[in-house]
Design a protein around this ligand. Structure first.
Ligand code: URA
Length: 261
């Protein structure tokens, strides 16, 4: 065959193979394409505008609970604990609050009362329980001869909250906020070392006992951080539900009886 007829012959063969569905030209020897390394596509060089600002680094995740735990453990006494809580930067509530509210009353008291969080009056005054609910709290404890400024320290009370900053619109603190402030609260209890703890309402029950349901829990002694603790209705609840004052009075008598032991 001459070269012209070779050409037409080869072309006819090729067209026939294409008609049969061949898509690739095959080499003389077989190629195992599964064994071939696939080179990753080369990354395209980033196009950076001449005057572009430097890229913003990805935010670093912080473990606020661990940071709080370390800061709380390092506090050797109540003033250093107050300083450590005030310096804690990971709770967003701090940014919206006017004041840092740590505690009031006498740190050497036998009774430590734990509320939820400062309200607007407490935020203004920088002291816990000074608004209407706080005034009711003072009258309640006065009825069993206990008070923040009682001359007899054995009849005094010491008051704090789960949160040292007021939540916006007095909303309930969120679980993450409670979790990051809990190491400080636990250290607060350890350093104040009261004989008994009173938990005012659901938020301190959630923080320290891990559950809520104050209507069922109130008046029932529990143990927290190795200390007896008594959940009670929050005075703000008593202002709205005056009928519940009966149970609150029963709980105060129960507390008083415990202190006489
Ligand atoms: N309610 C609380 O739980 N704490 C306060 O300090 C005031 C109101």
């Amino acid at each position: 065959m001459d070269s012209v007829s070779d050409y037409w012959n080869d072309r006819a063969l090729l067209e026939w193979q294409v008609e049969l569905g061949a898509t690739d030209a095959i080499l003389d020897a077989p190629v195992d394409r599964y064994a071939l390394e696939v080179a990753p596509p080369k990354p395209k060089p980033a196009v950076v505008a001449k005057d572009a600002p430097p890229p913003i680094p990805a935010p670093v995740e912080v473990d606020a609970v661990s940071i709080a735990r370390a800061a709380a453990a390092a506090a050797a006494d109540l003033p250093s604990l107050a300083t450590a809580v005030q310096a804690f930067e990971h709770c967003e509530l701090k940014r919206g609050a006017r004041s840092f509210v740590f505690a009031d009353g006498q740190a050497a008291a036998r009774v430590m009362i734990i509320g939820e969080a400062p309200g607007s009056e407490e935020d203004r005054a920088g002291k816990p329980f000074v608004g209407r609910a706080g005034q009711l709290l003072d009258r309640m404890f006065d009825a069993i001869n206990l008070g923040r400024a009682h001359q007899d320290v054995t009849r005094s009370i010491y008051i704090t909250n789960v949160m040292p900053w007021r939540p916006p619109s007095n909303r309930t603190p969120e679980p993450a906020e409670i979790a990051m402030m809990l190491p400080f609260l636990e250290r607060h209890v350890g350093l104040a070392d009261p004989d008994v703890i009173v938990l005012m309402g659901n938020t301190p029950c959630q923080a320290l006992l891990g559950r809520t349901g104050i209507t069922r829990m109130r008046g029932q002694w529990q143990e927290v951080l190795g200390k007896p603790c008594l959940p009670m209705f929050h005075p703000a609840y008593l202002l709205r539900n005056t009928a519940a004052k009966r149970e609150a009075w029963a709980d105060l008598l129960e507390l008083n009886a415990r202190l006489k032991l």
